[in-house]
Design a protein around this ligand. Sequence first.
Ligand code: AMP
Ligand code: GLY
Length: 435
Amino acid sequence: MKVLVIGSGGREHALAWRLAQCARVQGVFVAPGNGGTALEPAMKNLPLTRPAELAEFAAAEKIALTVVGPEAPLAAGAVDLFRERGLPIFGPTRAAAELESSKAFAKAFMQRHGIPTARHATFTDAAAARAHVGLRGAPIVVKADGLAAGKGVVVAMSVAEAHAAIDDMLGANTLGVAHNDAGARVVIEEFMPGEEASFIVVSDGRTVLPLATSQDHKRIGDGDTGPNTGGMGAYSPAPVVTPNVHARVMQEIIRPTLAGMAAEGRPFTGFLYAGLMIDAEGRPRTVEFNCRLGDPEAQVILMRLKSDLFEVLHHAAHGTLDRVELQWDRRTALGVVMASAGYPAKPRSGDTITGLPADTADLKVFHAGTALRGSDAAGGAADRTLVTSGGRVLCVTALADGVRAAQARALGAVRGIHFAGAQWRNDIGHRALHA
Ligand code: AMP
Ligand code: GLY
């Protein structure tokens, strides 16, 4: 069977890598893919991004399953289009993907279904939004309603900072948020204290299976300092999700969300990612929903997955997920992201990457912003140079007994990899180490 993975990041490299190892999978197309997927013998990059072209390709090549990595094609209705054409695809429909693509929808949904989250109010008018912040005080959270790849959120520690964020999001939009059809809106939220974790499940619309838990590191710098990024590293499992917290998340957040989506005529098939804030008493609340795997969470989760990913996703796409069980490597997986010079504000491209280690059973380098530059497509991949081509470049992922050993193994490999201006964090997993 041939499968198709849509996307070009580290998450998609990890999905394609696991799928390529599955018993019934003969080859994986990645559209558009990256330098890493171009180098994998079992994968082939496709220079396609438009859903209509992808559907055309899937039909012509008799693709057994298409898996969508990022949110943008989901929000654009790629799953709806494939389904209309009778093409097997795993992911939520456009209506279901609104859990991520519209923060206003997600917040109202959570309110309707009693799903724990921060109190919020939505504004289109800057003066009204500023007045609301004046009333509530800081710390307070200002979010743009739209897709911003994790960058449209300001956790304001002062009222002045919140006012500046409002003015930007409803005015100049320097964060570059892709606004929804309704135009610019901001959501202003109560600040939730606690520790974050990523809780991702796979669902076929009825049955739900939780994936291994994980924790991301959103800030660029060690000690969680500096600007927010798409994620600088992750590890799995996340000890903050104790068995008790796990049961509460399933009971109070995941099950009501899936039941609510089904009841509202938007049954959710796909990966559902609940970003959690867990307070000192172990009470979980929802920071946000994503309608996809996290990146870099996918890299560490898939490193630990022992079950056949193709069978899991195939069953999920066909409504028979109740026939599947998930098995996990009991070791810790930890991934360190290497980002390009200038990330996150102005990532630089074109720096040559050297020193990549060979894959082993417990070490894998997933590529994201990389490209192969070279003579021509006919020349073998080996003759070409690997260069940076985006913000997050690599995710160096290791499996070991415990967080400390996995971190040491990943960082050991990171230190052997070189490109000009590389940035990474040396403290991925710190919450599990200093708890
Ligand atoms: P989001 O894009 O909604 O996940 O927000 C990005 C980051 O901002 C989250 O990962 C949290 O670290 C932080 N954040 C968002 N909303 C809140 C909130 N209500 N309280 C505290 N921190 C938040
Ligand atoms: N790592 C956070 C996300 O994928 O949204």
